[in-house]
Write a protein that binds this ligand. Structure first.
Ligand code: CKP
Ligand code: MG
Length: 310
Protein backbone atom coordinates (compact mmCIF):
# COMPACT_ATOMS: atom_id res chain seq x y z
CA UNK A 1 0.00 0.00 0.00
CA UNK A 2 1.22 3.49 -0.87
CA UNK A 3 1.97 5.60 2.22
CA UNK A 4 1.41 9.33 1.97
CA UNK A 5 2.02 12.14 4.41
CA UNK A 6 0.48 15.62 4.07
CA UNK A 7 1.18 18.86 5.92
CA UNK A 8 -1.49 21.48 6.38
CA UNK A 9 -4.20 23.03 8.49
CA UNK A 10 -7.38 21.07 9.12
CA UNK A 11 -10.29 23.44 9.60
CA UNK A 12 -13.85 23.35 10.79
CA UNK A 13 -16.09 24.38 7.94
CA UNK A 14 -19.44 26.09 8.58
CA UNK A 15 -21.31 25.68 5.35
CA UNK A 16 -24.34 27.86 4.63
CA UNK A 17 -27.40 25.64 4.45
CA UNK A 18 -29.10 28.17 2.16
CA UNK A 19 -27.50 29.92 -0.83
CA UNK A 20 -26.94 33.67 -1.02
CA UNK A 21 -25.11 36.35 0.94
CA UNK A 22 -23.94 35.18 4.36
CA UNK A 23 -25.57 38.12 6.11
CA UNK A 24 -28.97 36.47 5.54
CA UNK A 25 -27.94 32.90 6.25
CA UNK A 26 -29.29 31.62 9.55
CA UNK A 27 -28.24 27.99 9.47
CA UNK A 28 -24.79 26.50 9.00
CA UNK A 29 -23.78 22.89 8.75
CA UNK A 30 -20.51 21.83 10.30
CA UNK A 31 -17.98 19.80 8.30
CA UNK A 32 -14.32 18.96 8.73
CA UNK A 33 -12.12 20.19 5.91
CA UNK A 34 -8.89 21.95 5.01
CA UNK A 35 -7.10 21.16 1.79
CA UNK A 36 -4.55 18.63 3.07
CA UNK A 37 -7.08 16.92 5.34
CA UNK A 38 -9.34 16.58 2.30
CA UNK A 39 -6.39 15.24 0.33
CA UNK A 40 -5.78 12.59 2.98
CA UNK A 41 -9.41 11.45 3.05
CA UNK A 42 -9.45 11.15 -0.75
CA UNK A 43 -6.15 9.25 -0.77
CA UNK A 44 -7.46 6.81 1.84
CA UNK A 45 -10.66 6.30 -0.16
CA UNK A 46 -8.52 5.53 -3.22
CA UNK A 47 -6.66 2.84 -1.29
CA UNK A 48 -3.56 4.59 0.11
CA UNK A 49 -2.68 5.32 3.70
CA UNK A 50 -2.24 8.97 4.64
CA UNK A 51 -0.93 10.72 7.72
CA UNK A 52 -1.44 14.38 8.48
CA UNK A 53 1.19 16.60 10.10
CA UNK A 54 -0.72 19.48 11.66
CA UNK A 55 -1.88 21.29 14.79
CA UNK A 56 -5.35 21.76 16.19
CA UNK A 57 -6.48 23.72 19.24
CA UNK A 58 -7.23 22.15 22.60
CA UNK A 59 -10.94 22.80 22.07
CA UNK A 60 -14.16 21.13 20.92
CA UNK A 61 -13.43 21.87 17.25
CA UNK A 62 -9.96 20.36 17.59
CA UNK A 63 -11.52 17.24 19.05
CA UNK A 64 -14.04 17.15 16.21
CA UNK A 65 -11.20 17.34 13.65
CA UNK A 66 -9.29 14.50 15.31
CA UNK A 67 -12.29 12.22 15.74
CA UNK A 68 -13.52 12.81 12.22
CA UNK A 69 -10.19 12.28 10.50
CA UNK A 70 -9.42 9.24 12.64
CA UNK A 71 -12.83 7.87 11.72
CA UNK A 72 -12.05 8.36 8.04
CA UNK A 73 -8.88 6.31 8.39
CA UNK A 74 -6.36 9.17 8.37
CA UNK A 75 -3.32 8.71 10.65
CA UNK A 76 -3.59 11.60 13.12
CA UNK A 77 -0.70 10.44 15.32
CA UNK A 78 1.31 13.48 14.14
CA UNK A 79 -1.44 16.03 14.72
CA UNK A 80 -0.37 18.02 17.76
CA UNK A 81 -2.90 19.55 20.15
CA UNK A 82 -1.77 23.14 20.80
CA UNK A 83 -3.38 24.72 23.84
CA UNK A 84 -2.10 28.17 22.90
CA UNK A 85 -4.52 28.95 20.07
CA UNK A 86 -7.96 27.92 18.78
CA UNK A 87 -8.75 25.57 15.91
CA UNK A 88 -9.30 27.61 12.74
CA UNK A 89 -12.74 27.88 11.18
CA UNK A 90 -14.26 29.25 8.00
CA UNK A 91 -17.66 29.84 6.49
CA UNK A 92 -18.80 28.88 3.01
CA UNK A 93 -21.12 31.27 1.16
CA UNK A 94 -22.74 29.41 -1.70
CA UNK A 95 -24.00 30.49 -5.13
CA UNK A 96 -23.35 34.17 -4.49
CA UNK A 97 -22.26 36.39 -6.17
CA UNK A 98 -21.52 33.78 -8.87
CA UNK A 99 -24.07 30.94 -9.08
CA UNK A 100 -22.34 27.59 -8.94
CA UNK A 101 -19.36 29.03 -7.04
CA UNK A 102 -18.63 29.44 -3.35
CA UNK A 103 -16.82 32.10 -1.36
CA UNK A 104 -14.69 31.07 1.63
CA UNK A 105 -14.61 33.42 4.62
CA UNK A 106 -11.76 32.52 6.97
CA UNK A 107 -11.44 33.00 10.72
CA UNK A 108 -8.04 31.41 11.01
CA UNK A 109 -5.44 34.07 11.65
CA UNK A 110 -3.29 33.02 14.63
CA UNK A 111 -5.04 29.63 14.75
CA UNK A 112 -3.39 26.52 16.16
CA UNK A 113 -3.10 25.17 12.63
CA UNK A 114 -1.13 28.20 11.49
CA UNK A 115 1.36 27.57 14.31
CA UNK A 116 2.54 24.43 12.49
CA UNK A 117 6.33 24.58 12.55
CA UNK A 118 9.46 22.62 11.64
CA UNK A 119 9.38 21.19 15.20
CA UNK A 120 6.25 19.27 14.23
CA UNK A 121 7.99 17.52 11.36
CA UNK A 122 9.02 14.05 12.49
CA UNK A 123 11.79 13.44 9.98
CA UNK A 124 11.68 9.66 10.35
CA UNK A 125 7.94 9.68 9.72
CA UNK A 126 8.42 11.83 6.63
CA UNK A 127 11.28 9.71 5.31
CA UNK A 128 9.32 6.52 5.65
CA UNK A 129 6.48 7.81 3.44
CA UNK A 130 6.38 7.07 -0.28
CA UNK A 131 5.47 10.70 -0.95
CA UNK A 132 4.85 13.95 0.91
CA UNK A 133 2.10 16.38 -0.09
CA UNK A 134 1.33 19.98 0.68
CA UNK A 135 -0.23 23.07 -0.87
CA UNK A 136 0.17 26.80 -1.33
CA UNK A 137 -2.27 27.27 1.57
CA UNK A 138 0.24 25.89 4.07
CA UNK A 139 2.92 28.11 2.54
CA UNK A 140 0.63 31.11 3.09
CA UNK A 141 -0.67 30.66 6.65
CA UNK A 142 2.58 31.51 8.49
CA UNK A 143 6.31 31.58 8.13
CA UNK A 144 6.71 28.62 10.48
CA UNK A 145 4.20 26.53 8.50
CA UNK A 146 6.02 27.42 5.30
CA UNK A 147 9.33 26.33 6.81
CA UNK A 148 7.71 23.08 7.97
CA UNK A 149 6.76 22.31 4.37
CA UNK A 150 10.26 23.07 3.08
CA UNK A 151 11.80 20.88 5.76
CA UNK A 152 9.46 17.97 5.04
CA UNK A 153 10.05 18.33 1.30
CA UNK A 154 13.79 18.24 1.89
CA UNK A 155 13.47 14.79 3.47
CA UNK A 156 10.69 13.44 1.23
CA UNK A 157 11.33 10.50 -1.06
CA UNK A 158 8.84 11.95 -3.57
CA UNK A 159 6.80 15.14 -3.49
CA UNK A 160 3.33 16.10 -4.65
CA UNK A 161 2.06 19.67 -4.50
CA UNK A 162 -1.09 21.68 -5.20
CA UNK A 163 -0.48 25.38 -5.86
CA UNK A 164 -3.84 26.35 -4.26
CA UNK A 165 -3.02 30.05 -4.20
CA UNK A 166 -5.56 31.82 -1.97
CA UNK A 167 -5.10 35.55 -2.63
CA UNK A 168 -6.81 36.36 0.72
CA UNK A 169 -3.94 34.64 2.55
CA UNK A 170 -1.04 36.34 0.75
CA UNK A 171 0.28 39.88 1.05
CA UNK A 172 0.91 39.94 -2.73
CA UNK A 173 0.90 37.63 -5.75
CA UNK A 174 4.71 37.96 -5.87
CA UNK A 175 5.01 36.52 -2.37
CA UNK A 176 2.89 33.54 -3.42
CA UNK A 177 4.92 33.09 -6.57
CA UNK A 178 8.22 33.10 -4.74
CA UNK A 179 7.07 30.63 -2.07
CA UNK A 180 5.57 28.22 -4.62
CA UNK A 181 8.71 28.31 -6.77
CA UNK A 182 10.77 27.47 -3.72
CA UNK A 183 8.50 24.50 -2.94
CA UNK A 184 9.03 23.22 -6.49
CA UNK A 185 12.79 23.58 -6.28
CA UNK A 186 13.63 20.09 -5.03
CA UNK A 187 11.58 18.51 -7.82
CA UNK A 188 7.88 17.72 -7.56
CA UNK A 189 6.63 14.49 -9.07
CA UNK A 190 2.98 15.49 -9.39
CA UNK A 191 1.87 19.12 -9.54
CA UNK A 192 -1.81 20.02 -9.29
CA UNK A 193 -2.64 23.49 -10.50
CA UNK A 194 -4.97 25.63 -12.62
CA UNK A 195 -4.81 28.58 -15.03
CA UNK A 196 -5.29 31.28 -12.33
CA UNK A 197 -2.45 29.99 -10.18
CA UNK A 198 -0.23 29.36 -13.18
CA UNK A 199 -0.69 32.95 -14.31
CA UNK A 200 0.66 34.00 -10.90
CA UNK A 201 3.51 31.46 -10.81
CA UNK A 202 4.67 31.51 -14.43
CA UNK A 203 2.84 34.39 -16.07
CA UNK A 204 1.21 32.03 -18.59
CA UNK A 205 -2.04 30.07 -18.66
CA UNK A 206 -1.94 28.00 -21.85
CA UNK A 207 -1.83 24.35 -20.69
CA UNK A 208 0.90 23.17 -23.09
CA UNK A 209 3.08 26.14 -22.33
CA UNK A 210 2.47 25.60 -18.61
CA UNK A 211 3.60 21.97 -18.87
CA UNK A 212 6.72 22.92 -20.77
CA UNK A 213 7.65 25.50 -18.15
CA UNK A 214 6.78 23.38 -15.12
CA UNK A 215 8.77 20.55 -16.60
CA UNK A 216 11.82 22.74 -16.77
CA UNK A 217 11.26 23.30 -13.06
CA UNK A 218 11.40 19.57 -12.38
CA UNK A 219 7.71 18.62 -12.42
CA UNK A 220 7.13 15.13 -13.83
CA UNK A 221 3.35 14.91 -14.00
CA UNK A 222 1.09 17.94 -14.32
CA UNK A 223 -2.60 17.78 -13.46
CA UNK A 224 -4.02 20.99 -14.90
CA UNK A 225 -7.53 21.66 -13.69
CA UNK A 226 -9.86 23.83 -15.69
CA UNK A 227 -12.80 23.66 -13.27
CA UNK A 228 -16.18 22.96 -14.83
CA UNK A 229 -14.51 22.35 -18.21
CA UNK A 230 -12.37 19.40 -17.14
CA UNK A 231 -8.74 18.60 -16.45
CA UNK A 232 -5.58 17.61 -18.29
CA UNK A 233 -2.86 15.27 -17.24
CA UNK A 234 0.52 15.82 -18.88
CA UNK A 235 3.28 13.28 -18.42
CA UNK A 236 6.26 11.86 -20.19
CA UNK A 237 4.15 9.69 -22.42
CA UNK A 238 1.71 12.40 -23.47
CA UNK A 239 -1.30 14.52 -22.73
CA UNK A 240 -4.85 13.53 -21.87
CA UNK A 241 -7.93 15.68 -21.29
CA UNK A 242 -10.89 14.51 -19.21
CA UNK A 243 -13.99 16.54 -19.77
CA UNK A 244 -15.93 17.38 -16.58
CA UNK A 245 -19.40 15.93 -16.09
CA UNK A 246 -22.25 18.40 -15.93
CA UNK A 247 -23.85 17.85 -12.53
CA UNK A 248 -25.91 20.06 -10.23
CA UNK A 249 -23.44 21.99 -8.08
CA UNK A 250 -24.18 22.29 -4.39
CA UNK A 251 -20.69 23.52 -3.39
CA UNK A 252 -17.52 23.15 -5.46
CA UNK A 253 -15.21 23.56 -2.43
CA UNK A 254 -12.94 20.55 -2.07
CA UNK A 255 -13.22 19.37 -5.68
CA UNK A 256 -9.54 20.04 -6.31
CA UNK A 257 -8.43 18.22 -3.19
CA UNK A 258 -10.54 15.17 -4.02
CA UNK A 259 -8.93 15.08 -7.43
CA UNK A 260 -5.45 15.49 -5.97
CA UNK A 261 -5.74 12.87 -3.23
CA UNK A 262 -7.39 10.37 -5.52
CA UNK A 263 -4.99 10.93 -8.40
CA UNK A 264 -1.87 10.84 -6.22
CA UNK A 265 -2.91 7.60 -4.50
CA UNK A 266 -3.73 5.87 -7.78
CA UNK A 267 -0.85 7.20 -9.86
CA UNK A 268 1.74 6.40 -7.20
CA UNK A 269 0.38 2.87 -6.98
CA UNK A 270 1.08 2.55 -10.70
CA UNK A 271 -2.33 3.18 -12.17
CA UNK A 272 -1.83 4.68 -15.66
CA UNK A 273 -2.24 8.48 -15.51
CA UNK A 274 -5.24 8.56 -17.87
CA UNK A 275 -7.14 6.05 -15.78
CA UNK A 276 -6.11 7.75 -12.56
CA UNK A 277 -7.45 11.05 -13.93
CA UNK A 278 -10.77 9.47 -14.95
CA UNK A 279 -11.34 8.09 -11.47
CA UNK A 280 -10.10 11.28 -9.80
CA UNK A 281 -12.48 13.31 -11.97
CA UNK A 282 -15.34 11.06 -10.84
CA UNK A 283 -14.36 11.72 -7.22
CA UNK A 284 -14.26 15.47 -7.68
CA UNK A 285 -17.57 15.42 -9.57
CA UNK A 286 -19.30 13.73 -6.65
CA UNK A 287 -17.80 16.16 -4.14
CA UNK A 288 -19.41 19.19 -5.81
CA UNK A 289 -22.90 17.67 -5.57
CA UNK A 290 -23.00 17.98 -1.76
CA UNK A 291 -21.99 20.39 1.00
CA UNK A 292 -18.81 19.30 2.74
CA UNK A 293 -15.48 18.75 1.04
CA UNK A 294 -14.86 15.06 1.46
CA UNK A 295 -17.94 13.10 2.53
CA UNK A 296 -18.88 12.26 -1.06
CA UNK A 297 -15.45 11.01 -2.15
CA UNK A 298 -16.36 7.59 -3.56
CA UNK A 299 -14.80 4.18 -3.26
CA UNK A 300 -13.08 3.16 -6.51
CA UNK A 301 -16.03 0.84 -7.20
CA UNK A 302 -18.47 3.74 -6.90
CA UNK A 303 -16.23 5.99 -9.00
CA UNK A 304 -16.28 3.25 -11.61
CA UNK A 305 -20.08 3.07 -11.38
CA UNK A 306 -20.29 6.78 -12.10
CA UNK A 307 -17.89 6.52 -15.04
CA UNK A 308 -19.79 3.68 -16.63
CA UNK A 309 -23.14 5.47 -16.22
CA UNK A 310 -21.99 8.34 -18.43
O1 CKP B 1 -9.12 23.77 -3.83
P1 CKP B 1 -10.19 23.10 -3.06
O2 CKP B 1 -11.56 23.69 -3.28
O3 CKP B 1 -10.22 21.62 -3.24
O4 CKP B 1 -9.78 23.37 -1.55
C1 CKP B 1 -10.71 23.49 -0.52
C2 CKP B 1 -10.05 23.65 0.81
O5 CKP B 1 -8.22 24.45 2.90
C3 CKP B 1 -11.09 23.97 1.87
O6 CKP B 1 -11.27 22.87 2.73
C4 CKP B 1 -10.53 25.17 2.59
O7 CKP B 1 -10.59 25.04 3.96
C5 CKP B 1 -9.09 25.25 2.13
O8 CKP B 1 -9.14 24.74 0.81
C6 CKP B 1 -8.62 26.69 2.22
O9 CKP B 1 -7.87 26.97 3.16
O10 CKP B 1 -9.01 27.50 1.36
MG1 MG C 1 -7.76 23.69 -5.19
Amino acid sequence: MIRLVALGEPLVQLNAVTPGPLRYVNYFERHIAGSEANFCVAAVMAGASCGLIARVGDDEFGKAVLEYLRGRGVDVSRVRVDGGAPTGIYFVQRHYPVPGRSVLVYYRRGSAGSRLSPEDVDVQYVKSADAVHSTGITLAISESAREAVYLAFEHAARRTFDTNIRPALWPSPEAAREAVLRALRGGVEILFTDPDDTRIVLGVSDPDEAYRRYRELGVEVLVYKEGARGAYVFHDGGKYFRRAYAVPVEDPTGAGDAMAGYFAALYLSRTPPERALDLAAAASTLVVTVRGDNEAVPTPADAERLLSSL
